[in-house]
Design a protein around this ligand. Structure first.
Ligand SMILES: *Cc1c(COP(=O)(O)O)cnc(C)c1O
Length: 352
């Protein structure tokens, strides 16, 4: 391993283990596939595509369409195969990375592989934003502050005034505040106006969640033209595959289905939340996303118990402050019924 930079030795792999189960509620995917009419249009487009030709250099065709749909300048858009790649690019470009804890693990992981100095400020009581701690950390040498809002893995939406406070400080100090809006459709929130009025604020978006395109791999950054120009250099030339581009073009012609997905999942999320209030031993936290964080007496026991019912969830108990916690994606109404049935049945089983 002498060929590689010393900091890469002993690096842990990304913390995910694929497990098969009939009811998959572990990755916050949409339980609904892309509508069949749009899929059919994609298939037509793919049949007409010349597979021997490279796609556009920087996905210009999709970025133009996205720009019109969002009302965001095309010079400020960077598209990539998954927003995870943009997180890596930001961590690589950053002088330092600031985060909260617990957080989306890819921020810390990306800083680590890039050997970028990393600091995380713990969330406060009740998963509140540690505003003072973050502002204090921002007094030092500027870098990139990642903030998922709505937040993962707690599902909480931080208040607009608090985020505006961080944005203002970023504007004064030269920090770049990157707001990861992976779940924004499920909260009805968005920070577009904040980003429009402040070039030190950038937004990360993904097609993996509300757009129901986890398998297609596409995400984008909305930023100032200056920030976008730097980040674009980290996405390899011709980096957005031609088939991904065709799916996105078809979806952006008929994006109305997303509203239906969001409406159903938000209603189901609230039904799960309300029903679980009656659970004798589990405590469910309010969520503005398509998943619920649940504190159980024993996460390993809850995970295994649910798996015996054919339901796969994600353990979160390795995070400080999330002892006993599991994370459950909102599924179809039938999947959620089954989950509720299992959750209440497990409460009847004596804990080994
Ligand atoms: C799911 C998720 C993403 C999406 O990553 P992709 O690479 O676009 O699939 C980004 N940020 C957070 C916080 C997420 O939960």
């Amino acid at each position: 391993m002498k060929a590689f930079k010393p900091h890469l030795g002993g690096l842990p792999s990304y913390p995910y283990q694929g497990v098969e189960a009939p009811i998959k509620l572990d990755q916050n995917e949409s339980p609904y596939d892309l509508p069949a009419e749009i899929k059919a249009r994609v298939v037509e487009r793919l049949a007409a595509l010349s597979y021997n030709r490279y796609p556009r250099l920087h996905a210009e065709d999709v970025r133009e369409r996205l720009s019109a749909w969002l009302g965001w300048p095309v010079e400020g858009l960077v598209l990539s195969p998954g927003s995870n790649l943009l997180i890596q690019a930001l961590a690589q470009a950053a002088s330092r990375v600031l985060d909260v804890a617990p957080s989306f693990p890819h921020y810390a992981f990306s800083a680590r592989i890039a050997a970028t100095p990393y600091q995380a400020v713990p969330l406060e009581e009740g998963f509140a934003l540690p505003l003072k701690g973050l502002l204090r950390a921002m007094d030092e040498r500027p870098g990139v502050l990642f903030l998922a809002n709505p937040h993962a893995p707690t599902g909480r939406l931080f208040a607009g005034e608090e985020v505006a406070c961080l944005a203002e400080r970023a504007g004064e100090t030269g920090w770049l505040l990157v707001i990861d809006e992976a779940y924004h459709q499920f909260s009805g929130s968005n920070h577009m106006e904040l980003a429009r009025s402040n070039p030190q604020v950038a937004l990360l978006r993904t097609f993996s969640k509300a757009f129901s395109l986890g398998g297609i791999r596409a995400g984008y950054l909305m930023a100032s033209p200056e920030v976008a120009r730097v980040l674009q250099n980290f996405v390899p030339p011709f980096g957005l595959p031609a088939h991904t581009a065709q799916v996105l073009l078809a979806v952006l012609e008929a994006p109305a289905y997303v509203e239906g997905v969001v409406r159903t999942l938000v209603a189901e999320r609230e039904r799960l939340y309300q029903t679980l209030q009656a659970h004798p031993t589990w405590r469910v936290y309010p969520s503005q996303t398509n998943f619920l964080l649940i504190r159980t007496p024993d996460a390993a026991w809850a995970y295994q118990g649910l798996l015996r019912w054919g339901i796969l969830v994600r353990r979160q108990d390795h995070y400080p402050g999330l002892e006993g916690c599991i994370r459950v994606s909102v599924g179809t109404p039938e999947e959620n019924d089954r989950f509720l049935q299992a959750a209440f049945a497990l409460a009847e089983v004596p804990h080994a």
